[in-house]
Design a protein around this ligand. Structure first.
Ligand code: AMP
Length: 460
């Protein structure tokens, strides 16, 4: 099947031709005709399947055929995404596919000044791609309304739930108008997600392109059992031995990601980290450098990396394996995108074996076990020292004082935050856009943790 068979309008076909996309992917083949008819859709699909175009193309087609002024302080289409990076990526797809249409596209997410967003939204926008927290902030400030939304998309619903967005989503559901088209996407569809879908969808057509919890078929999966303390040595060897174009290295925590970057710096290997303690600017710079191939290694936490689409990722390295099987599926789905082959290598410490069992049960795949390399103990003995925490020689005394203050506040904040994992989790993705975080952050930068970032190989 070709795109020209789907009945999409000329400007969209022209944009697809410019991108050299000739054939729709399976999710596009199934979803586009249904959506062109104006029906609601519930799609089970992972990122990497082409689902963004599956919802962007028919929506753009609708706007091409039904031009209308944008509603003041409102939008015609609202797309909700769990993370800032995914939101930016989706907005870029709309701009690419809609380049021959005169439509406005704006992103709305935390971690960037709200004033600019308020100004951009004031005249009304055709397509808004938003994370839920900042969207509701803007609505509460009466700077934005979603009452005129004609098409609503909820992307990565399972991730939204994982991140504790259930209440914001319920609020959004109440604020949307009755008469609208709804699209709902999730990589998995357990009962609670189905219940959430029920709140948004009206007699939806269901399409599914990847059975629940199956791993990307073209990814070669390997694992090595190794002590936690010796994982850095193993990483050093793997990075030397493997023919890596681009690798994503996953850790479970933000500090774990920073430790890996410091180690790599000490070993003279360039790498950036993206996670929720990084400022939006740093995250964007790191991702751009990785996309452009200026840096081959990106160290990431699950939430920060979710949905990121970078072509040419040859390796995914699970420095720590995730404690949720679905995260494993998402991680290794970062490689082998768009038909390429990829390798996923997992480092499994003793205390991670139960996680591994859960992953094997869920994916019904047993990764190939690769023994520790022969020279491993020597590598452990000669392990390069991690880079010293960066003091930031170019910092002014004022910056240094701010950094010390930020660190102190961060530590205080950490104490207060214990027991509030849910909020911290959301802040990881949205850069602390929830109000309780922002309030603490204003005077000295708790949320941005300038100190923490500068200590640890921030993107330069
Ligand atoms: P997504 O699942 O939306 O993140 O898309 C995964 C990747 O596939 C993105 O880089 C898209 O630009 C690309 N893509 C989407 N649709 C097509 C298509 N029909 N042909 C080739 N590449 C595509």
């Amino acid at each position: 099947m070709e795109f020209t068979d789907l009945g999409l309008s000329e400007p969209i076909l022209k944009a697809l031709a410019a991108k050299k996309y000739a054939n729709p992917t399976p999710i596009q083949q199934k979803a586009i005709p249904v959506l062109l008819e104006g029906k609601d859709l519930c799609g089970i699909a992972q990122t990497g399947t082409g689902k963004t175009a599956a919802f962007a193309l028919p929506s753009l087609d609708y706007f091409a055929r039904n031009p209308k002024p944008t509603p003041i302080k409102g939008c015609r289409m609202l797309v909700l995404s769990p993370t800032r990076e995914l939101a930016a990526q989706i907005a870029q797809s709309f701009r690419d596919y809609g380049r021959f249409l005169r439509l406005s596209v704006e992103t709305v997410f935390g971690g960037v000044p709200i004033g600019k967003q308020i100004r951009a939204l004031a005249p009304g926008v055709d397509i808004v791609v938003a994370t839920p927290g900042r969207l509701l902030d803007l609505i509460d400030q009466r700077a934005f309304t979603i009452k005129d939304t004609e098409i609503f998309v909820l992307d990565e619903a399972d991730q939204m739930m994982d991140m504790g967005f259930i209440h914001p989503l319920k609020r959004v559901a109440k604020l949307l108008p009755q008469d609208r088209q709804n699209l709902f996407f999730s990589a998995t569809m357990p009962k609670e997600i189905e219940a959430l879908a029920g709140q948004f969808l009206n007699d939806p057509v269901k399409v599914s392109v990847a059975p629940q919890s199956t791993t990307a078929e073209r990814v070669r999966q390997q694992l090595t059992f190794v002590n936690q303390a010796e994982k850095q040595a193993l990483l050093h060897i793997v990075l030397k031995n493997e023919d890596i174009d681009r690798a994503l290295i996953f850790t479970r925590t933000k500090h774990g990601a920073d430790r890996v970057v410091r180690f790599l710096e000490g070993a003279g290997i360039d790498a950036f980290a993206i996670h929720g303690n990084k400022s939006q600017g740093q995250r964007t710079t790191a991702l751009q450098a990785f996309r452009q191939g200026k840096v081959k290694l990106l160290v990431a936490t699950d939430i920060a990396a979710r949905g990121i689409d970078v072509s040419g990722v040859s390796h995914v390295i699970n420095f720590e394996i995730p404690n949720v099987p679905e995260q494993y599926v998402h991680r290794i789905g970062r490689t082998a995108r768009a038909g390429a082959d990829g390798i996923a290598i997992s480092f499994v410490a003793d205390d991670e074996r139960p996680y591994l069992k859960a992953i094997e049960r869920a994916t019904k795949v047993k990764p190939e076990i690769v023994p520790l390399p022969e020279n491993f103990m020597e590598a452990v003995r000669n392990l390069p020292k991690p880079a010293a925490p960066r003091k930031g020689p170019s910092q002014t005394p004022q910056q240094q004082a701010r950094r010390a203050e930020g660190q102190r506040r961060y530590q205080d904040g950490q104490k207060q935050q214990r027991g509030s994992a849910d909020r911290a989790h959301r802040a990881d993705a949205e850069g602390g856009e929830k109000k309780p975080f922002r309030r603490r952050r204003k005077p000295g930068g708790v949320g941005t943790h300038k100190g923490a970032v500068q200590r640890t190989g921030a993107p330069r």
